[in-house]
Design a protein around this ligand. Structure first.
Ligand SMILES: Cc1cc2nc3c(=O)[nH]c(=O)nc-3n(C[C@H](O)[C@H](O)[C@H](O)COP(=O)(O)OP(=O)(O)OC[C@H]3O[C@@H](n4cnc5c(N)ncnc54)[C@H](O)[C@@H]3O)c2cc1C
Length: 400
């Protein structure tokens, strides 16, 4: 197995040499970072979190989170979309392994994931993870998904609509969360089904324009699903297991935040280089770094960065099945802190570097726009993390 140091070094080399020079162009054109994915594929990173026995690199959750943060330092859109791919692989491997299953479920899941991982490792397939829907209560974990999956011979028929489907048009498969359609009874979150839809399937359509403030290269368009047939082999988790994972492996929802940890680091690095006169197009080396006001602002950024990083590291080290109450609450606090501080560090960076830093020829204004998107991401938005932190601190399960 490659060492974590080597993988981090590869992520840094790809980021610094390839992703960073391309980032402004992707952002300006709102174009998916296809060339970055070619680099990731060539480095074997599409199989980063796939266990070694299936031909992947066998990186576990917490190691992945560190690598994701390094990618986010160089291109937020690449790290965020790559997370959709890696999260799909992690949910079906490390997390699924921790869940209780009957021998039959385990066996079926094993057969299916062999086929799924082969598509990635041998064919270089990319997986998206669209769960958000126009009614956001489902993505927030508070209502069943409106997209339905009806059992038919040999597979499922899927109908519904997803929005914010990052990698739309660039992924080969879309890991879609649906509610199993039953003849009688109301839709139930426990009946969530997780299916990989082939992007070339009949009834699969991409719609809408993705012309947005930040994360412009994520291609997060809408998906319209009309009687899309999904074969049984494309079921990513056995029936009912996504619901159990969401309840008992809560850190699975933290995997969006390393991208923003990386953006925060990039904004801090940029500010230091800018004030030292090391950024082309910025001010020459001179008096800027001697200013006490600027030194204080940089100190404030550093303190926020250290706080976010420390909480992030601690939380990812505690990830697993059935975390303690403190560990669960710390995960919410970590997510909140990274998402809010990333944007705040970018805000401080812009104010500290000054007017010349808002030019689009420099990187900072893109970091600022991209960082704003972190707090919009369900299911763990800052509001939802706050709500859970408050309620779960004051009430034990079952108390009213
Ligand atoms: C760049 C980008 C890429 C994305 N990529 C993906 C992707 O690949 N896959 C995917 O599934 N989704 C993706 N999303 C979607 C994202 O996770 C959210 O679903 C989407 O941003 C929510 O849209 P909304 O703000 O209209 O939702 P709203 O629900 O209207 O949210 C508005 C506000 O209400 C709050 N809120 C919402 N529900 C609750 C609640 N139940 N309790 C308390 N507060 C609540 C939120 O915290 C938020 O502040 C992406 C979003 C962005 C910005």
């Amino acid at each position: 197995m490659a060492s974590q140091e080597d993988l981090l070094a590869t992520a840094q080399r790809l980021g610094r040499e390839n992703f960073l020079p391309r980032a402004a162009g992707y952002d300006r054109e709102g174009r998916f970072p296809t060339e970055n994915y070619d680099d990731l594929r060539e480095a074997g990173f599409l199989g980063l979190v796939i266990p070694e026995r299936y031909g992947g690199m066998g990186v576990d959750y917490s190691r992945y989170m560190e690598i994701s943060a390094e990618l986010g330092r160089w291109c937020g859109a690449t790290a965020l979309t790559f997370n959709m791919h890696c999260a799909t692989m992690l949910w079906s491997s490390q997390m699924a392994d921790d869940l209780e299953m009957t021998p039959e479920q385990r066996d079926n899941h094993e057969q299916r994931r062999i086929g799924i991982y082969r598509k990635v490792v041998e064919d270089g397939a990319i997986f998206a993870q669209p769960f958000s829907e126009p009614n956001s209560a489902a993505a927030a974990g508070k209502a069943p998904f409106g997209t339905t999956a009806a059992k038919v011979d040999g597979g499922w028929l899927v109908n519904g609509r997803k929005h914010f489907a990052s990698l739309a048009g660039s992924a080969n498969y879309y890991g879609v969360l649906c509610t199993e359609a039953k003849e009688a009874g109301d839709a139930d979150v426990r009946d969530t089904i997780y299916l990989a839809i082939d992007g070339t399937a009949d009834g699969f359509k991409i719609s809408g324009e993705w012309d947005v403030l930040g994360m412009r290269a994520t291609s997060s368009n809408n998906l319209e699903l009309t009687d899309v047939f999904v074969p049984d082999e494309h079921q990513l988790m056995p029936r009912g297991k996504y619901y159990e994972a969401a309840l008992n492996w809560p850190h699975m929802f933290m995997s969006l935040c390393p991208t923003y940890m990386g953006i925060a680091q990039a904004a801090f690095d940029f500010t230091c280089q800018y004030l030292r006169g090391e950024i082309e197009g910025g001010p020459p080396a001179g008096s800027a770094r001697h200013s006490a006001a600027k030194q204080l602002a940089v100190a404030e950024m550093r303190i926020k960065l250290e706080q976010a990083r420390a909480l992030f590291e601690r939380a990812i080290g505690e990830a697993g099945m059935n975390p303690s109450k403190d560990e669960r609450l710390r995960a919410y606090a970590a997510q909140y802190t990274v998402m809010e501080f990333a944007n705040d560090i970018c805000r401080l960076a812009l104010r500290t570097c000054g007017g010349r830093a808002i030019f689009r020829t420099l990187r900072l204004e893109q970091l600022y726009r991209d960082s704003r998107c972190g707090a919009l991401m369900l299911p763990w938005t800052p509001e939802i993390c706050m709500e859970r932190l408050g309620r779960e601190s004051l009430f034990e399960p079952g108390e009213r």
